[in-house]
Design a protein around this ligand. Structure first.
Ligand code: ZN
Length: 341
């Protein structure tokens, strides 16, 4: 018996953080890499767009006017998916087959810059640092009141984001959503056994192997995880355990800004396009102990082969489990070859 050849044989890989499996089919990637098939997309936008509801000084749908903000700006979502109305409803226990539970929460929008034409990738490291500090301040304010605070950015029309103005969202709620619950369980189990966080050990192991690392400095590591589902998926985590986004020291904040900037510029260079993705932070839930939780960000970009050819999660993936052809090692190697400046 020999070990599986991870670059040649079909196999499944286990996601230690989510508990899911993913199928990898590297034998389907024998054809040579086609590279970029579309001409580079050069989109020019004005610095200020009178029609944009996120630009400074403009009016939003419900009639409020944005202030003349100069760096970041946070406001309550005018069409919030969660409400904080304080009504005390009970779980519906009529039948175990028709379960419903109340949920209370708040949704905010955060503009990353007053400039309509920028993206995080195009911003200066110091401006990204301002975004990171604002994320921390939001988490610090919301964390005592809600079990889960989800900071995220949905970027690009391909991801269903209707407005190109650089912005993200913050949803906070009094329940643990599915992804949080899964990572809570895997990390708590690992910590109970090993007395170290799962991601501290995982990041250290990846730094030894090097083959999946895309960007790293003394404090942060960005890598294509062994178990990645999306072609150019990234896991970004500090080398040493940190529980919450608002626990980052100034040193970790400035280091993170530079690592994110370099990563996002590699992304943009990959298919010569402003790279679409969903990204978000997973910090410890608002529970008593957070020793087991290791802060991290996930980047889930849909693009596969060019600025227009994307991966779809359909068919087998919808009905059985996720599958990929390009291996995570090949994806990391491609991202490493690109300019980060
Ligand atoms: Zn996570």
């Amino acid at each position: 018996m020999t070990n599986i050849d991870l670059q040649a044989q079909p196999h499944r890989r286990f996601n230690a953080l989510s508990g899911d499996w993913v199928q990898v089919s590297p034998h389907r990637m024998q054809r040579p890499w086609q590279g970029q098939l579309d001409p580079p997309t050069v989109e020019t936008r004005p610095q200020h767009d009178a029609q944009c509801y996120l630009c400074p000084g403009n009016e939003r749908a419900a009639g409020q006017k944005n202030p003349a903000y100069e760096d970041v700006f946070v406001f309550d979502n005018d069409f919030a998916a969660l409400l904080d109305d304080g009504r005390d409803s009970q779980a519906d226990t009529e039948s175990p087959l028709l379960r419903a539970a109340p949920v209370r929460g708040t949704c905010r929008v955060m503009c990353f810059s007053p400039r309509h034409d920028l993206t995080l990738a195009a911003m200066q490291a110091q401006e990204i640092e301002t975004v990171i500090r604002c994320w921390g301040a939001q988490v610090r304010e919301l964390r005592p009141r809600y079990r889960w605070v989800q900071v995220f950015e949905n970027k690009g029309a391909m991801m269903g984001c209707s407005n190109p103005h650089p912005h993200g969202q913050i949803w906070a709620l009094d329940a643990l959503p599915n992804e949080a619950l899964r990572e809570q369980n895997t990390q708590a189990t690992y910590f109970a056994d090993m007395k170290r966080t799962l991601l501290r050990d995982y990041v250290a192991l990846e730094c030894e192997r090097q083959e999946r690392i895309v960007e790293a400095d003394d404090h942060w590591v960005a890598l294509v995880p062994f178990w990645a589902v999306w072609p150019f998926e990234i896991l970004l985590a500090p080398r040493e355990p940190v529980a919450h986004l608002d626990d980052l020291s100034p040193l970790l904040q400035s280091s993170l800004a530079r690592v994110m900037q370099r990563l996002l510029r590699r992304y943009d260079a990959l298919f010569s396009t402003s790279f679409p993705y969903s990204m978000g932070w997973h910090g410890a839930p608002g529970e008593a102990s957070a020793d087991h939780w290791h802060l991290h960000a996930h980047f889930y970009p849909p693009l596969l082969r060019s600025a227009s050819i994307r991966k779809f999660m359909v068919g087998y993936e919808l009905l059985a489990e996720a599958q990929r052809d390009l291996t995570p090692e090949q994806a990391a190697a491609r991202l490493r070859q690109l300019p980060a400046e």
